[in-house]
Design a protein around this ligand. Structure first.
Ligand code: ADP
Ligand code: ZN
Length: 431
């Protein structure tokens, strides 16, 4: 079902007109209320923006702007109007603090209700929410969205895997939300209990907060007996619910672009790329009150498609995040993204979705070793020669695709990184 059909399936001209009107009022608002923007947008008047293309003339906002004004120097409302504070996970450094008015929390709930509905949830269903509750936006964001959609939400939070399984067996939820790496952890624990996917009640899984691969998707679908969809978001823009895949196509995540206007720009020049090309994802928040952002540079690399979708939504679709510029490794001059490695390993049929990277410095050179677990059924029949053959094949596929030589080591079950509740840590940097 579509939660807000008049907005999610709006004719494109009408959407563009709404976005332009909102961009203009945003520019007026931030210039009036946020010192950083007053300075940076000097000389820009809302009326100068004749079309959405003119947005490209405005400067970017970066994570460092939020860090430089830490904790709350970019607020556009008086502090008394805040209703909640969250923080980013701090994956790439000092966490940023983000703030919400009551109106922002209403928006947060609505876009997450949209996302859960996109992923197959319907009013009356039970949601097992295993995203972490607390400063992390995942838990409470999904929680409010679930309630808004009319779900019965079980606020489990992340971790304590045995308790999660017991609750899934006892309360019989229809939908689960968590990180994709934690969904795999739950699936494995379930298999260890001897429970078949058909014996549990789950039908849908809405998974995100970290990059994942098609190989992970196949394994989660099969081992939990669900149809899983991707949900994307970042704290600075609002948290989860910025975009989500529809269960009909599961081919790119529909951006809630009546609220979060996406652009894809060249990572070096900052210029808009041709439609469908990869680049850095940039968001302008159109309706957020406490922390409005103009052209926020996410550092996430992906593409955007305007191909019509069979679900009926007109919202543009983001391709998978192929990497974030901040976790890019430079290995002997070649840019390597951990999620790109995962994508390539997924093309080797004998390998499971469990992998990690170890980076070492040998002399002046950086070396990357890829640790990957073979699939359980392959493992049983492995000889030394076969291990060697699979590792060599994977390494040559990595070299041919990414252009960088990496050693591949096949490791035993549980030896590659796993999630114990939240985002997975795939890279161990020993430099
Ligand atoms: P941090 O930036 O410190 O990790 P957040 O919790 O705000 O803090 O995480 C936002 C980031 O998480 C995004 O910028 C993106 O890199 C990643 N992310 C979130 N959802 C997804 C997803 N579905 N696929 C890939 N990456 C994702
Ligand atoms: Zn769709």
């Amino acid at each position: 079902m579509i939660f807000e059909p008049e907005l999610e399936a709006m004719p494109l001209e009408q959407l563009a007109a709404l976005q332009l009107e909102r961009v203009r009022s945003l520019v007026a608002r931030v210039k009036e209320r946020v010192p950083l923007y007053r300075e940076r947008l000097e000389g820009v008047e809302p009326g100068d923006l004749g079309s959405l293309d003119d947005l490209a003339r405005l400067p970017f906002t970066r994570k460092d702007d939020l860090r430089d004004t830490y904790p709350l120097g970019m607020l556009a409302v008086p502090r008394e109007q805040l209703a909640r504070i969250h923080a980013s996970s701090g994956t790439t450094g000092k966490p940023t603090i983000v703030a919400y008015t009551a109106g922002d929390l209403d928006l947060f709930a609505r876009v997450n209700a949209r996302a859960l509905a996109m992923g197959g949830a319907e009013p009356g269903m039970t949601l097992h929410n295993a995203y972490g509750y607390g400063l992390f936006t995942g838990g409470l964001g999904i929680h409010d969205g679930g309630e808004r959609l009319g779900l019965n939400v079980v606020p489990v939070s992340g971790g304590m895997t045995e308790r999660q399984l017991t609750l899934i067996q006892d309360l019989r939820p229809d939908v689960i939300t968590c990180t994709p790496s934690y969904a795999l952890t739950l699936a494995h624990a379930l298999t260890e209990r001897g429970t078949e996917p058909g014996e549990i009640s789950l039908r849908y899984a809405v998974l995100g907060a970290e990059p994942w691969t098609e190989r992970m998707r196949e394994e989660i679908d099969a081992s939990l007996g669900v149809t899983c969809t991707n949900i994307f978001g970042l704290s600075e823009v609002i948290g989860p619910g910025v975009s989500c895949e529809c269960v009909e196509e599961r081919d790119g995540s529909h951006v809630n672009e009546d609220h979060f206007l996406p652009e894809i720009v060249d990572r070096e020049t900052g210029e808009p790329v041709a439609e469908g090309d990869e680049g850095v994802l940039v968001f302008t928040t159109l309706t957020k009150e406490a922390l409005p952002l103009v052209r926020y540079w996410t550092g996430d690399i992906c593409s955007l498609s305007r191909e019509p979708c069979s679900c009926g939504r007109t919202l543009a679709r983001m391709g998978p995040i192929v990497g974030r510029s901040d976790d890019m490794l430079i290995v002997r001059g070649v840019n390597v993204y951990p999620s790109q490695v995962g994508g390539v390993l997924g093309r080797v049929p004998e390998l499971s979705p469990h992998f990690g990277l170890v980076v070492r410095r040998l002399g002046t050179l950086d070396e990357v070793e890829v640790l990957v677990e073979p699939k359980a059924d392959v493992l049983a029949a492995l000889t030394d020669e076969r291990v060697e053959e699979i590792a060599v094949r994977a390494a040559s596929l990595l070299r041919d695709t990414i252009g960088c030589t990496m050693a591949v080591t096949l490791v035993g079950p549980g030896e590659a990184p796993r999630s114990d509740g939240g985002k997975i840590q795939r890279v161990r940097d020993l430099r």
